[in-house]
Design a protein around this ligand. Structure first.
Ligand code: FES
Length: 117
């Protein structure tokens, strides 16, 4: 196996280019395992988290695959406006400040994103 290939048990989530640059893409639970995953992108970088807000343990989005992101830096929960940093999922503003999203380990190979949890 070369360094650009995902490990055999990795689960394909999406292509990097499926995610709007500076935005987010929902990977439903049937593909990513419950409770689903949100993948964030800035340029060639991406981060993934379980789609569960630590405030009320509900999905971060209200409508399917509709997320609010700001300046390619922050993801906002649709319910009570908690703001989470792309890089580490840390809540930096809102009702659960100091809590964090649950990270999902991903690998990017040939602009494809795989979950390797
Ligand atoms: S459920 Fe996300 S901020 Fe309240």
């Amino acid at each position: 196996m070369n360094a650009a290939s995902p490990e055999p048990q990795a689960v394909y989530l999406c292509a990097l280019d499926d995610i709007p640059d500076g935005g987010a893409l929902e990977i439903p639970a049937r593909q990513a395992g419950a409770p689903g995953v949100v993948v964030l992108r800035r340029g060639d970088e991406a981060w993934a988290y379980r789609n569960v807000c630590p405030h009320f343990s509900i999905p971060l989005n209200y409508e399917p695959n509709t997320f609010w992101a700001y300046d390619a830096e922050l993801l906002m929960c649709a319910h009570h406006s908690a703001m989470f940093r792309f890089e580490d999922g840390q809540c930096v503003d809102g009702p659960c400040q100091g809590a964090a999203l649950t990270p999902v380990v991903i690998r990017i190979a040939q602009r494809k994103i795989f979950n390797s949890d």
